[in-house]
Every structure is written in structure tokens, then in C-alpha cells.
Design a protein around this ligand. Structure first.
Ligand code: SAH
Length: 247
């Protein structure tokens, strides 16, 4: 007897932006493997009888290694359990969801993927920053800031990124922010381009720091900016409203 496997996005934070399908699937779970990002409000609503496994992946410090997580999922499904892998935002955007379904498929396990509202769009949106706007940006690029741009093996082409028009949205970029802005300027990005950093979006302690490509590393350092945060670079940042839209 084999169980079922679901890869579920919990949305960017809080119950309100979780989908109805995510709720249904979570409520049917025997086992929930979760990261830190879904947050306490959601984790408090996991079914009482479900086994909870904290995979604790957060800003690069892993409680469980990726291989161990995947092995555990396979084992639990083979035990006949309904297994939910719960991830922040959307499971396929910088969430390693793609790798997890590959492993499950290698073991002959079918997976239902439940998309989630991604922080990459929703977090800026909730402070009034649209990632596209007819006047400012007709394209948007999502990148991970996890890689140090000064490393030769960086998978990102900073020369191209610096030249792109539109909005650049960076996830996991807090630690490397000084190197990222330096790489962009070095390749020709206008240092006056506006930047917003939204920390802990949709949480009660959400905070926004604004500046330019030139001065944002220093402003972030002075403010003690910490992950998780979404960094938005581009003209759309001019639409940021300090008083917010969504009280
Ligand atoms: N799959 C997720 C992203 C995973 S990568 C999604 O679609 O949202 C983790 C990164 O997402 C964090 O380092 C941060 O850059 C961003 N992030 C996720 N939730 C966030 C939130 N509530 N506020 C700010 N940043 C968030």
C-alpha cells in the first residue's frame, strides 16, 4: 500500500493568503514536513494527529539536509501515509520543490503540487509596490541572492542583469546585498535606481527600508536588516507608500 504525496505552497505568510486547496490537503495529512517560512500562524493549524517534522530550512541553516528530507518523504509515503511537504510561498520558486518531486517520481510516487502565492510578488505588493507597471516596468526578473556574485562559478550573469530594464526582485539576498549592488553598478546599472527591502512581509513586525542601489547596503547595515526579506530594484519602488495600502 502506498500513501499520497503533496507538495504544498503555504503562501507568503498568514492564513489569509493560503489557498483553499492547501487547507484541504493539509487537513488530510498524516505527516507534515515543514520549513520555517510558513510561520507560526499556519503551523498552529496543522491537524492535531498529524506527525510534524521540522525541516527548519532558513537562510541556509538546515536542520535536515535536503537528501534526508527527500528520503523521509519517500519512506513515509511507502508506509502508506498521506504526506504533505509544506513550503513558504510557492513551492517551485526557489523552494527546491522541483528536486523533491524528481526524487518522489524516481520512486514511482505521484505528487500533487499545490501552487502558492509567492512572496516575490505578494510581499512587495502588500506595501504598494507592483512588480510591473505600464509606466515603470514591462518585465520582471526573479533571482536568488544566495550566490555570491564575486564567485566565478556564480550561475547568474550580472552583466545581463545590470542591463535589463524593468524590475529585479531578489530573494535570499540580504547577506550578499553589498556584493550584489556592487556587481550591478560595476556592469552599468544606474546607482540612483530605487531599492526597497521588505523584511518579514505580512508579519506584524514587517519593516521596509528604502534607498538606492548606491546607498542601500549602508542603509540596510545601519538598520540591521535581516532575512527573510524581499529586495526590489527598479522604478516601481517609487510607488511605495509608507502608510501602506493594506491595513
Ligand atoms: N518559495 C518561496 C521562496 C523561498 S526562498 C516563495 O515563493 O515565496 C526564501 C526567501 O523568500 C526568503 O529568503 C525571502 O527572500 C523570501 N520570503 C519568503 N517569505 C517572505 C516574507 N514573508 N517576507 C519577506 N521575504 C520572504
Amino acid at each position: 500500500m502506498t500513501g499520497r504525496a503533496y507538495l504544498v505552497g503555504s503562501g507568503p505568510g498568514g492564513l489569509g493568503l493560503m489557498t483553499i486547496r492547501a487547507r484541504e490537503v493539509i487537513d488530510s495529512a498524516d505527516v507534515v514536513l515543514y520549513d520555517q517560512l510558513p510561520g507560526e500562524e499556519i503551523l498552529a493549524t496543522l491537524p492535531k494527529n498529524a506527525e510534524r517534522i521540522d525541516c527548519g530550512k532558513y537562510g541556509g541553516s538546515h536542520t535536515l539536509e535536503q537528501d534526508a528530507i527527500e528520503e523521509l518523504m519517500v519512506r513515509k509515503v511507502k508506509e502508506g501515509k498521506t504526506v504533505v511537504r509544506l513550503k513558504g510561498g510557492d513551492p517551485f520558486l526557489f523552494g527546491r520543490g522541483g528536486e523533491e518531486i524528481e526524487t518522489l517520481r524516481e520512486h514511482g510516487i505521484a505528487v500533487e503540487v499545490v501552487p502558492g502565492v509567492t512572496s516575490a510578488i505578494a510581499v512587495p505588493e502588500m506595501v504598494g509596490i507592483p512588480v510591473t507597471h505600464r509606466r515603470y516596468a514591462s518585465q520582471v526578473t526573479f533571482i536568488t541572492g544566495h550566490e555570491d556574485p564575486t564567485k566565478p562559478e556564480s550561475a547568474l550573469d550580472w552583466e545581463v542583469l545590470a542591463r535589463l530594464k524593468g524590475t529585479l526582485v531578489i530573494l535570499m539576498g540580504v547577506k550578499n546585498l553589498p556584493a550584489i549592488t556592487a556587481a550591478l553598478v560595476e556592469h552599468g546599472k544606474d546607482p540612483a535606481t530605487p531599492v526597497a527591502i521588505i523584511e518579514r512581509g505580512l508579519r506584524p513586525d514587517q519593516r521596509v527600508t528604502v534607498g538606492t542601489v548606491a546607498d542601500i547596503p549602508e542603509k540596510a547595515r545601519a538598520a540591521g536588516v535581516r532575512p527573510p526579506a524581499v529586495i526590489v530594484i527598479g522604478g516601481v519602488v517609487e510607488l511605495y507608500e509608507e502608510d501602506g495600502l493594506s491595513e
